[in-house]
Design a protein around this ligand. Structure first.
Ligand SMILES: CC(=O)SCCNC(=O)CCNC(=O)[C@H](O)C(C)(C)COP(=O)(O)OP(=O)(O)OC[C@H]1O[C@@H](n2cnc3c(N)ncnc32)[C@H](O)[C@@H]1OP(=O)(O)O
Ligand SMILES: O=C([O-])CC(=O)C(=O)O
Length: 448
């Protein structure tokens, strides 16, 4: 072990000793850990007109868990998905709805798509000078660096005028697929010794179609692939003001910071394993489960391995079954249900029925095990990340791009919330911390 490593190990003991706070003190002082009450309900911190999440309903005056519902600007996402059947530009339609508050007419949608297409370009040599530098498998990290650097090219970077923030938001929405896919190709080339493909986006293609075009060496994709991805983007684009990355957007916006800094902060939040990064963790966990469970139909064998994960004896030893549980939803996440429809169809087409059996069994067993071993008042069910990776896998999308795909969608929601925060709130977000510090007499350095 190096001197530096030794030092860190020794000093980390001080951090552990002096930074730990007993969980009991939170209830003693009425502090809502994670800004949530004892029943998991979030503390009210704002008002929004952008979306609505329902996880409970009142039956005979009693609050009871119910199937989850999600609406964007009042429109149920199930209706948005059904209405999009056979149509292109589903993500663009959702982005228009979130940004401007109304469903677009055909003409409005085509104009919006045209403006986004105009924004699908990067500054001269940006790919060579920024994206290809320091290639990494952490594409979220690379994108975050690119977003901050794009700010240096914007002469109006600091202006908080609404038309300017809207322009910056639309430019970033349009640039995200390039930032993600080019970073992936740079990583494959420099770190994995593969060939590098840098295709240009095409103006008349949707964000989903361009993503696939940029990714594939031959630029080809099928209509079904593009349609599934378009709907996946629609499902991921927004989830209220309280989710970690959107709240980050609102917190940093409230300090008066610029769009590039705000969106970089949101990216840093989204990549976390408990948030958008969970889609990658689900796939890694599934690999681990597959290497330890012999019979995908044997519920006892599966339950026994999942218990080990929960007891921190297996996988990443964090005690979490990824893709399960949600800060708001109780008995179901409506997006997971929609995803499941695709998964079943795709798994049949691609001959992945065996994997489907394993997913089905985990979906059945894990919520019961988690509910038994953790204190969960509201119920636990699979979340949007449980099946998304499996869908992307069947679309031959590499794992490094799973969380970036979440970001490519969620930036629409972040942008809508940034605009709403700027237009409506205009008050710096600043909660309080109860201090447990006790006063101490200063001791001269020589006498310690
Ligand atoms: C896009 C999204 O962000 S969707 C969520 C994606 N994240 C994941 O799939 C990661 C796995 N899931 C989790 O970590 C959690 O369910 C979260 C972070 C999503 C929500 O966590 P919470 O808001 O704390 O949920 P909730 O209040 O219902 O949890 C109660 C307890 O059960 C635990 N729990 C919840 N889900 C799980 C799980 N999947 N595995 C193990 N324990 C769990 C929580 O850690 C919490 O324990 P604590 O009181 O000791 O902190
Ligand atoms: O709302 C949350 O806490 C997590 C989230 O972003 C989502 O589920 O899409």
């Amino acid at each position: 072990m190096s001197n530096l490593e030794n030092y860190m190990k020794q000093q980390a003991i001080f951090c552990e000793q002096n930074d730990s706070i007993s969980k009991n003190l939170y209830s003693e002082y009425g502090v809502k850990r994670g800004l949530r009450d004892e029943k998991g309900q979030g503390v009210l911190t704002g008002l929004t007109n952008i979306s609505d999440i329902k996880a409970f309903e009142y039956r005979d005056g009693v609050k009871s868990p119910c199937d989850g519902e999600l609406s964007y600007r009042g429109y149920n996402i199930k209706d948005l998905v059904t209405g999009s059947k056979g149509k292109r530009f589903v993500f663009e339609e959702g982005a228009y709805l979130l940004l401007f508050g109304e469903l677009p007419t055909d003409t409005q949608l085509m104009e919006f798509q045209g403006r986004l297409s105009d924004c699908m370009e990067l500054p001269t040599n940006f790919t060579r000078d920024v994206i290809m530098k320091a290639p990494t498998s952490d594409i979220m990290g690379s994108m975050t660096r690119s977003i901050l650097t794009l700010g240096s090219y914007d002469k109006e970077k600091e202006s908080l005028e609404i038309p300017n923030v809207l322009r910056q938001s639309m430019q970033l929405i349009a640039a995200f697929p390039m930032l993600a896919v080019y970073a992936y190709h740079a990583y494959c080339h420099y770190e994995k010794n593969e060939s590098m493909y840098i295709h240009r986006p095409e103006k008349d293609l949707s964000i989903a179609e361009n993503f696939l075009r940029l990714l594939r060496p031959d630029t080809k994709f099928t209509e079904l692939e593009a349609r599934v991805l378009d709907i996946a983007l629609l499902l991921h684009m927004e989830h209220g003001g309280g989710n970690n990355s959107t709240f980050t957007t609102r917190v940093v916006t409230s300090s008066g910071s610029d769009t590039y800094s705000v969106i970089s902060a949101a990216m840093s939040s989204l990549k976390g394993k408990k948030h958008g990064g969970a889609n990658l963790m689900v796939m890694n966990m599934m690999d681990d489960i597959k290497s330890h469970v012999k019979d995908y139909e044997d519920e006892e064998e599966i339950a026994s391995y999942l218990s080990k994960i929960l007891k921190k004896e297996a996988f990443d030893q964090k005690g979490l079954i990824y893709g399960m549980g949600h800060a708001v939803y109780s008995i179901s996440d409506p997006r997971e249900r929609v995803f499941k429809g695709f998964v079943e169809q795709l798994a049949r087409d691609k001959g992945r029925e065996k994997d489907m059996t394993l997913y089905n069994n985990i979906e059945k067993i894990a919520p019961k095990l988690i509910a038994k071993q953790r204190q969960i008042f509201k119920g636990v069910s699979p979340n949007i990340d449980f099946y998304s990776g499996f869908v992307y896998d069947m679309l031959n999308i590499p794992r490094e791009l799973y969380t970036p795909l979440f970001a490519i969608a969620r930036i629409a929601g972040w942008s809508a919330h940034r605009l709403e925060e700027l237009i409506t709130t205009d008050k710096i977000i600043r909660p309080a911390y109860k201090s447990l510090v006790s006063k101490k007499e200063y001791i001269e350095r020589e006498e310690r």
